[in-house]
Design a protein around this ligand. Sequence first.
Ligand code: ADP
Length: 180
Amino acid sequence: MITRHVFQTDLTLKKGDITEESTDAIVNAANEHLMHGGGVAYAIAKKAGSILEEESRGIGYVPTGSAAITSGGNLPAKYVIHAVGPVWRGGKSNEPQLLRSAIRSSLELAKKHELKSISFPAISTGIFGYPLKNAAREMLSETLQFLRENPGELKLVQFVLFTDLDFETFKQELVQLIPE
Ligand code: ADP
């Protein structure tokens, strides 16, 4: 685990399973149809139970680069924020802007609902194919920008990384972004 205290918020990276996190919200790496069929989305939906599926159906469509919120059902987290990152199409289809926008939308939703803590997975880096290092850089720097503009709004923002490689890659990027 590694933490940087920035603009009155703890920005933390840890290795783990996001479905076990008890932050106010966990973020799901969703698709536009909120069909939670694979990857982290499946793990979250399965553990949350039918309420998450029902609320997702009620929301329907969420465009790439934005986010929607449902309750967390049986998860330790009270809410799930469904962020839709881009599918990687080679890097010339606005992927960085869309990924940053998915992060920004999630943080704005947390702020709107007066949440104090939020956990993100490595959005877009699984089935959606976004190169890990680039994705880590975009996600961390957009988070930092949000925290700069909203000091003290959130107490904890954490990235919960599933593999050693994900964790180490995020760590390298964080250390570059905030040397200490
Ligand atoms: P996407 O379709 O946005 O690429 P994926 O679910 O395929 O989303 O992958 C996103 C990331 O989530 C990957 O790094 C994957 O290893 C990770 N992941 C899978 N299961 C979990 C979990 N239970 N907790 C945290 N991260 C997870």
